[in-house]
Design a protein around this ligand. Sequence first.
Ligand code: SF4
Length: 200
Amino acid sequence: MLTIKNKKIAKEWKDHSKDWITCTRCPLHCHSKNVVLCRGSLPCQVLFIGEAPGRDEDSCGEPFVGISGELLNTAIEAVISTQTEFTYAITNTVGCIPLDVTENDSGRLITSKLRQPRPNEMDICKPRLVDIIRIASPQKIVCLGEVALKNLRSMIEGTIYWDVTRLRHPSYVLRNGGVRSQEYYTFIEGLENVVKGLQT
Ligand code: SF4
């Protein structure tokens, strides 16, 4: 769900989403059910940027709604329980699910396997991310994983200053023990540092 309190931003978001939800700029649109844009609040103090939508996100059109999203929500709730106000939004490096597919001779899908987005796909999708960063206008950006960080660095280096932090992707935390693991505590610690540094 997306909450937008400001009328000007609501108008900007409407224009932005109208353009991108029907996007066919890169080949990823061929096998995606939905272009996944953003959830949370706009504007926000912290913008989380993940890698790409997975199957749950592709089905419902919202980022981080599967088990990775649950872990992220749990971590955010644990960290913000003492904060009087904390606003955040979540998006991804690309808007469509990246899949390797095999098809039969008549073009019917036989198998599909999740993969990382390719550099050309991330490049083509950059204007969508630039728009979201501009509309979200966050104090801090948290990249979830190395792919998101590399992509963001290539976009902003030498042009705009953003306070950027990299945390592990929630799916990595899940693969390495989940909410009872050292990786999760490290994730929480990183998130606490992000929240502590926010200006109120
Ligand atoms: S990944 Fe981005 S550029 Fe490619 S089709 Fe989806 S929204 Fe468009």
